[in-house]
Design a protein. Sequence first.
Length: 245
Amino acid sequence: MRQELMSLPKTLAEDVSRNLVMVARLIDEDPEQAYAYSRIALRLASRVAAVREAAGFAAYATQKYSEALAEFRAAKRMTGSVELWPVMADCERGLGRPERAMAMAGEPEVQKLDKAGQVEMRLVAAGARRDMGQLDAAIVTLQSSELASNAVHPWTARLRYAYADALLAAGREDEAREWFGKALEADKDGSTDASDRLAEMDGVEFVDALDEDEDEGEEEAGAASESAATAKGGEDTGEDRTSEA
């Protein structure tokens, strides 16, 4: 990305890079704000492939799939790289066109992807199968040497999770529980909610300790207030009786 920006005048390159940094920082926690920064970068340097790619991911994060697809296509034309092929196919899913995503899964570009890209394409294809109501086909799509391997890669947890989720949707609960467990074993950075899904299947409900403490504090405060009110009422009653006497 830095090399691409070197083609711009220095001041302009610095302005663009600042906006791209903000896109990267905010895209997970505040995608709308990240999208706003990406539009600024795009306005400043639309002929830079890295800018088009960043704009695509920001649009994708805000579910602007048509816009994201256009930016990814532009970046692909500029670089000749196929690495964005899986996310482009997923944009087709987002646009309600799973059949196009499936068609892309069979294109020659998939063979040019690295292993991570091919796994990502498999995940997208399985999702497209589910979109079309082909649940059994989605399960078969995810069955692969990568799924069967005991080796752990950055994509392993997500692949196992997707397989477990598909099994659960098909009513194969025992197998789903097993694969959610395997996903959890591989999920070192918390990229999935496999632990929550397992707990849900086992009927375990988590309670936030902080919320529990707050509730107890409110109950104690309420009890103290009620006790004070009762005491005050008793004093008033005594005064009334004295007056009557």
